[in-house]
Write a protein that binds this ligand. Structure first.
Ligand SMILES: Cc1cc2nc3c(=O)[nH]c(=O)nc-3n(C[C@H](O)[C@H](O)[C@H](O)COP(=O)(O)O)c2cc1C
Length: 196
């Protein structure tokens, strides 16, 4: 059984919707147990995080980086960093913001560098860009053309029921599925690069 922990912060529900899509994708992979954790409640979730084969980190982009509550969780891992307790766990990330660009890449870079400091093994999105030709559409998977992780965009005046759009939720589900499949292979010792 591969254990996937998805830890996220969401101020207004949009990144929570993205996190739920990641969970849906991960939980659909046979032989996987996926758990959603709110970053503000991380103190009660250390055992789940420590036991995970893969941790997926999710935060809204606030002021061009991870939100403050999510950063508080990241900083609280420093004793695990000192022991390299999460070394060789799989890691991945997702973020959501109001702007189409919105500096989401900076947030994913912060998450991936955090994972590198822990000695984790980063898994990117693994999708070609969507909506990048004249025949493309905003309904395409990976419409925001991210590579480091899953990106989502939510219009600031829409509730979480309507934003992010379905294409971004499907992109998030793809990330969850990809990480869960990688974690299964990682556990079996066949390596992260083995054919799915
Ligand atoms: C303090 C703050 C800073 C923000 N900074 C950015 C930003 O840098 N780029 C951006 O595109 N949107 C920014 N936004 C908009 C949020 O990313 C957007 O509303 C997102 O959907 C919020 O997700 P949440 O509902 O999970 O909190 C910011 C919002 C807040 C409250």
């Amino acid at each position: 059984m591969a254990r996937i922990a998805i830890i996220y912060h969401s101020g207004f529900g949009h990144t929570k919707a993205q996190a739920e899509a990641v969970l849906h994708g991960a939980a659909g992979v046979p032989g996987t147990e996926a758990t959603l954790i709110e970053a503000e409640r991380h103190a009660a979730a250390w055992a789940t995080l420590d036991a995970a084969d893969a941790i997926i980190f999710g935060t809204p982009t606030y002021m061009a980086g991870p939100s403050a509550p999510f950063k508080a969780f990241l900083d609280a891992t420093s004793d695990r960093w000192a022991r390299q307790a999460w070394k060789d766990k799989i890691a991945a990330g997702f973020t959501n913001s109001a702007g189409m660009n919105g500096d989401k890449l900076a947030t994913l870079q912060a998450l991936s560098l955090f994972a590198m400091q822990h000695g984790m093994v980063w898994v990117g999105l693994g999708l070609l860009p969507g909506n990048h030709t004249s025949t493309g559409s905003p309904a395409d998977l990976n419409r925001l053309a991210g590579f480091l992780g899953a990106m989502a965009q939510s219009h600031a005046d829409l509730p979480a029921e309507l934003a992010p759009p379905e294409s971004d939720r499907a992109t998030a589900a793809h990330l969850g599925r990809r990480v869960a499949e990688a974690a299964c292979r990682w556990r079996q010792g066949t390596g992260i690069l083995a054919a799915a």
